[in-house]
Design a protein around this ligand. Structure first.
Ligand SMILES: [Zn+2]
Length: 121
């Protein structure tokens, strides 16, 4: 990410702490994690990981074991990744900042619209 932009500070624009890199943004960032926890609840709860590789490995295993739920997992995961990245870019380039609750509501609405209410917790 450092190579792609001209940020003066490389701290995370979502939480204000940590050096912004893939591992921070999608594994360690408390702001992104709060959203992840709101999307994956109950039996879908995602453990806390320390590395990107550990998270991806866990996800792949989950996808392979729970074939019937894989599409749901994949879509929710993609929604979280893409919205988190878009919010990061929005903040980086000075657009309106959205809080975690606004982001969660938007993501949940998109997930329900695509997957249907019965497939979402
Ligand atoms: Zn952060």
């Amino acid at each position: 990410m450092q190579k792609w932009s001209f940020q003066e500070s490389m701290s995370c624009v979502l939480c204000g702490g940590g050096v912004e890199n893939r591992q921070h943004l999608f594994v360690l960032c408390p702001f992104a994690r709060q959203i992840l926890d709101a999307l994956f609840t109950g039996p879908m709860q995602v453990p806390q990981f320390q590395t990107w590789e550990a998270m991806v490995s866990w996800l792949l295993e989950k996808y392979n074991k729970q074939v019937e739920e894989a599409e749901t997992w994949r879509f929710i995961w993609q929604t979280w990744i893409s919205h988190t990245w878009r919010e990061r870019c929005r903040r980086l380039y000075g657009d309106k900042v959205r809080g975690s609750q606004e982001l969660i509501s938007g993501m949940k609405a998109e997930i329900v619209y695509v997957l249907g209410r019965d497939r979402v917790n």
